[in-house]
Write a protein that binds this ligand. Structure first.
Ligand code: AMP
Ligand code: MG
Length: 400
């Protein structure tokens, strides 16, 4: 059986970045940028005031009252004529400044009397002035290609006029849960039945990782239904993600059916817990990730192999799950010789990450998994994990 790291590399190698397309900025959140975004303007674009106040020359304002120019300059006005000697010009925040302005005296510290203005304290040079280009020079790269676009990246792209923006197409992911015991989440289970909890979770995980999920109808553990699933795979999706039916039981029909339908099995079985029976296969450009049905196995395997596949298909240059190091709050007992992912709670205390393993009944314990925000990676060769040891953690949700 291969190790997790090898399996991740196989997934990475099989997933090529999707084509580049130009999309309107509001649709770009979470996509991966395909070209550097460089600014075509300076930022700020002109010398401007940071406050509502008076544009002045420093020495003149220190010396005594200034004569106030009639009117005011607002944000959006064209640049006003330069300062005359002894003059103050009333400016609003964001207004272009008159030539010669060396500081802005905020209204709060300016005394205004019959056409003259007096600064209560002498301003220092440059005070409350934002100079053209002090933050960004035209031509500077603001967002490098390969970035997964976050809200702040969208604001930089907008500043630079990168709209529409060149991004990789989102991965299209078909999701099919398998198991004759499953009913939809809005149904009342009959005897021997249970609600499908993997389908909604997997669709959400795909979305969070920047993909477009399309959820198929649940597939019964019947040869014909499973055959059809693989016949149709790849028609309108880059990746088929299934849950269930990949272990060694009589009704675990998926791996053999995939091979019969022409898929090449890239791995089936990874030395890990939970998730040992996970499978990954390819037929032409169609990819299949077969997750075990137990909910925690499904979740952990998706957070590893699904994350790798979606990142790579999305065009992330350094794809794959992210790990952080944290100190164990309590010793963790090591059982067996398989790399283990243990549900845990990661928290920060005075800026230092600490992690606590959760008590769990096993890979069906959705309630324990629901309390976890991370999984501790216990290496296959770990002898013991003592309190205070540094461990690697797979982050399952954004930290608070
Ligand atoms: P399997 O991998 O098909 O043997 O499934 C293992 C167990 O996972 C089943 O006995 C179910 O209890 C559970 N299971 C499978 N699919 C789902 C699902 N979609 N939602 C919730 N539980 C599931
Ligand atoms: Mg099953």
């Amino acid at each position: 059986m291969i190790r997790v790291a090898q399996a991740l590399e196989i997934v990475r190698g099989a997933c090529a970045a999707r084509p580049v397309e130009r999309v309107p900025l509001p649709e770009a959140l979470g996509r991966v940028l395909a070209e550097d975004v460089a600014s075509d303007v300076d930022w700020p674009p002109f010398d401007t005031s940071a406050m509502d106040g008076y544009a002045v020359r420093v020495a003149e304002a220190a010396a005594g009252p200034l004569s106030e120019r009639a009117g005011l300059v607002a944000a959006g006005d064209p640049p006003p004529p330069p300062l005359s000697p002894g003059e103050a010009v009333r400016v609003m925040t964001g207004a272009p400044l008159p030539g010669g302005a060396e500081a802005v005296v905020p209204v709060e510290v300016a005394r205004r009397e019959a056409g003259s203005v007096k600064a209560e304290a002498a301003p220092s040079p440059g005070e409350h002035i934002r100079r053209r280009g002090e933050s960004v020079r035209a031509g500077t790269t603001l967002v490098p290609r390969g970035s997964r676009l976050a809200p702040s990246d969208l604001s930089l792209a907008a500043l630079a006029g990168a709209d529409p923006i060149a991004c990789h197409a989102r991965p299209r992911v078909a999701i099919a849960v398998t198991g004759s015991e499953l009913v939809p989440s809005d149904a009342v289970p009959g005897p021997g039945q249970l609600r499908d909890s993997n389908g909604p979770m997997l669709a959400a995980l795909v979305r969070v990782r920047g993909g477009v999920p399309s959820v198929r109808r649940a597939v019964a553990d019947e040869a014909e239904a499973v055959r059809r699933l693989f016949e149709e795979a790849g028609e309108d999706a880059d990746l088929l993600v299934t849950s269930g039916g990949v272990s060694a039981g009589d009704l675990d029909l998926l791996p053999a059916a995939a091979e019969r339908a022409g898929f090449e099995m890239l791995f089936h079985g990874v030395a890990m817990r939970p998730g040992k029976p996970v499978a990954f296969a390819r037929r032409g450009r169609a990819l299949w990730l077969g997750l075990p049905g137990n909910p925690v196995s499904s979740a952990v395997c998706f957070q590893l192999f699904g994350a790798m596949a979606l990142d790579a298909l999305s065009g992330v240059p350094d794809p794959g799950p992210r790990f952080v190091e944290a100190r164990l709050e309590r010793a963790v007992s090591v059982r067996g010789r398989r790399e283990t992912y243990r549900d845990a709670v990661l928290s920060a205390e005075k800026g230092v990450l600490r992690v606590r393993a959760l008590d769990t009944l096993g890979s069906h314990d959705l309630a324990a998994h629901g309390r976890a925000n991370a999984a501790i990676r216990i290496p296959a060769d770990a002898e013991s994990l003592a309190e205070g040891a540094l461990v690697e953690c797979l982050s399952l949700r954004p930290l608070p």
